[in-house]
Design a protein around this ligand. Structure first.
Ligand SMILES: Cc1cc2nc3c(=O)[nH]c(=O)nc-3n(C[C@H](O)[C@H](O)[C@H](O)COP(=O)(O)O)c2cc1C
Length: 176
């Protein structure tokens, strides 16, 4: 699929629609360069410290958490509807026990600005470098956030990923 470089605001509608529908695919990589992919349903894009930012929330229990801590970057990939079953799989099994790229026949392609690779089968790719992180603090959560989000106390870490590069399928609008 041919991809072209775009601005970070050019595909937000497609990105958020997919995030709310199937989820997005977050890729991180170990220091030995073995990639892992997990599904994310929470996150946002905005401007912080005058930089474009993709902010994601990852629970400490995820294998991905340690990888992002190790290498300090990640990519967010927007899947087409047709691979929703693969997205669901990547959100239910862990890279500790599974090579999700091999099992789901997903193809990595190198990113240009970060070590974590991109997923060829996806439509939009955000390359992100971690510039800050903080943890969700239980006492600071509003009372209307259901405790059911945290039955095991697995409070998210919030990673601020500076968006270094975005590319998208040339015919992205066809997939809406
Ligand atoms: C639709 C969907 C959205 C998800 N969103 C998140 C998320 O935003 N943050 C998170 O920590 N886990 C989220 N998960 C759960 C992880 O994707 C799941 O635990 C995954 O197996 C972790 O993989 P890993 O251990 O290889 O990192 C989501 C799962 C699904 C199915």
């Amino acid at each position: 699929m041919e991809k072209i470089e775009v601005g970070y605001m050019d595909c937000l509608k497609e990105t958020f629609t997919t995030m709310g529908r199937s989820g997005l695919l977050l890729v991180s990589v170990s220091q030995q360069e073995k990639p892992n992919v997990m599904t994310i349903g929470w996150g946002t894009v905005g401007i912080v410290w005058a930089k474009p930012m993709f902010i994601v929330l990852v629970r400490p229990s995820r294998f991905t958490y340690g990888l992002i801590e190790e290498t300090g970057d990640f990519t967010v990939n927007v899947p087409p509807l047709e691979i929703s079953e693969k997205v669901s799989f990547c959100g239910t099994v862990s890279g500790r026990e599974h090579d999700k790229f091999v099992e789901q026949k997903l193809t990595t392609i190198p990113a240009k600005k970060v070590k974590s690779p991109l997923i060829e089968e996806c439509l939009i790719h955000y390359e992100c470098k971690v510039v800050h992180k903080n943890d969700v603090l239980p006492p600071e959560l509003a009372s209307d956030i259901p405790p059911a989000f945290y039955p095991q106390g697995d409070y998210h870490r919030v990673f601020y990923g500076e968006i270094m590069r975005v590319c998208a399928a040339r015919d992205i609008k066809r997939h809406e």
